[in-house]
Design a protein around this ligand. Structure first.
Ligand code: NDP
Length: 393
């Protein structure tokens, strides 16, 4: 599949991927229409709930994904693969009520192929392990959900896509925003060009880190905040451009203010994505810009089209987002802090795709597309700290 310029979604795939929001909301920016909320999902072809095993019981798996799996319809938490089966594994099993026979270590996980309780393995490890974990899951004949960033390089993405194809299993990437009704509204607007041409975009995602964390080590993270946080701005831009990749990229690393921590990966990155019609996205990501005392970072995204805009003041929060248009705030009846609804919708959608044998709307190719942009960003930024134009077309 050629992902160099546009991520192709058929109308059917798009509508399914957006949970039918597209089909039910006639005109964008309308608070009244938006207030009706997303329509019911497509009726399932079967009601079987699929079993998901979380691979890597760290912060995101235990803090967001396991709780989200308590509110899913098409899947449930059925097992775990962990470096600590006796401790973390048994604790998760006891907390969420799955049998201890469904706990594996990385060394024993090949045996999962004979376990009919597990249909999907969800890879939630440091970025450098996504490749090996995905290959192992595919080899065990299980469908794979893999966290972002998909891998460290485009070449690794290619291996993952090929392995899943060869094993005849689906591969999806953990782009939870794609399942948020507010982002789906943006995707719908972009798809049908409802607000005219794309004009400008800008976004920012910043956060903090501690010395020694794997996210500060190139071998584990593959890069700094671009891999971890900036990828959200990149991905949102591609969605706002209806799946198109930028045709050119410029980027520049920011100053290093904490040299003890950021010896290996960049601390800050500024980047600009240029789209074929001349639209530009200015992005900023950093591990240091933490304005709230003792608090988290910033995250926001805004897209301006010819005839209107969508502004996400808290675009990438774990617990959901909201969006403001020229006509006022959108309201899909989901409270921003309605615990992990994005992840629940994301996993439900993938389970339905696997069960009903239809392709996921967030496949490996989508993760690869973002990785291509990230590689261009690093290529641009590495030349003497100056912005060098890297053409992607
Ligand atoms: P954590 O460090 O909290 O957890 C990673 C887990 O991976 C560990 O707890 C460990 O689990 C397992 N692991 C296996 N090998 C290693 C190793 N050598 N070093 C460290 N951990 C190892 O990371 P996060 O949960 O924050 O992030 C995991 C992935 O999820 C990343 O790719 C990240 O980008 C992504 N993520 C996505 C988010 C989203 O919103 N979509 C949000 C946060 C993270 P065990 O002990 O069970 O083996």
């Amino acid at each position: 599949m050629n992902t160099s310029s546009r991520f192709p979604l058929s109308r059917r795939e798009f509508i399914r991927g957006t949970g039918l929001v597209a089909a039910t909301l006639a005109v964008s920016g309308s608070t009244a229409r938006a207030a009706r909320g997303p329509a019911a999902p497509l009726p399932p072809l079967s009601s079987k709930k699929l079993g998901i095993a979380l691979l890597g019981l760290g912060s995101y798996a235990t803090g967001q994904l396991a709780p989200a799996l308590q509110r899913t319809q098409n899947c449930y938490l059925a097992g775990a693969i962990t470096g600590d089966p006796e401790g973390k594994g048994k604790q998760l099993a006891a907390q969420y009520g799955f049998p201890e026979k469904n706990i594996y270590s990385y060394d024993t996980m090949a045996a999962i192929k004979d376990n009919p309780d597990i249909d999907i393995i969800y890879v939630v490890t440091p970025n450098s392990l996504h490749l090996a974990n995905t290959l192992a899951a595919a080899k065990a004949g299980k469908h794979v959900s893999c966290e972002k960033p998909m891998a460290l390089t485009v070449a690794e993405c290619d291996q993952m896509i090929a392995a899943c194809k060869a094993a005849n299993v689906q591969l999806s990437i953990g782009y939870r925003n794609n399942f948020d009704p507010y982002f789906q509204e943006m995707m719908r607007i972009a798809r049908w060009k409802e607000l005219g041409a794309l004009k400008t975009l800008n976004g920012e995602f910043t956060g903090g880190n501690t010395a020694g964390a794997w996210r500060t080590k190139m071998a584990f993270a593959g890069g700094g905040p671009i891999m971890d946080l900036g990828i959200y701005v990149i991905h949102a831009s591609v969605l706002a451009a209806n799946g198109e990749s930028p045709v050119a990229v410029t980027a520049k690393p920011g100053p290093v203010t904490m040299p003890d921590i950021y010896k290996d990966v960049e601390e800050t990155m500024e980047f600009t994505l240029e789209f074929a019609n001349g639209a530009k996205c200015d992005g900023y990501t950093s591990y240091t810009r933490v304005p709230k005392p003792g608090g988290g970072g910033t995250n926001r995204f805004r897209v301006d089209y010819e005839k209107g805009f969508l502004n996400f003041p808290a675009a990438f929060n774990y617990n959901g987002t909201n969006a403001i248009t020229a006509k006022g705030p959108l309201d899909f009846g989901i409270a921003r802090n309605d615990g992990n609804y994005q992840q629940a919708r994301q996993m439900d959608d993938f389970a339905r795709c696997v069960r009903d044998k239809v392709p996921t709307s967030v496949p490996g190719e989508m993760g690869r597309q973002d990785m291509r942009i990230i590689e261009a960003i690093y290529a641009s930024a590495k030349v003497g700290g100056k912005r060098t134009l890297v053409k992607m077309a």
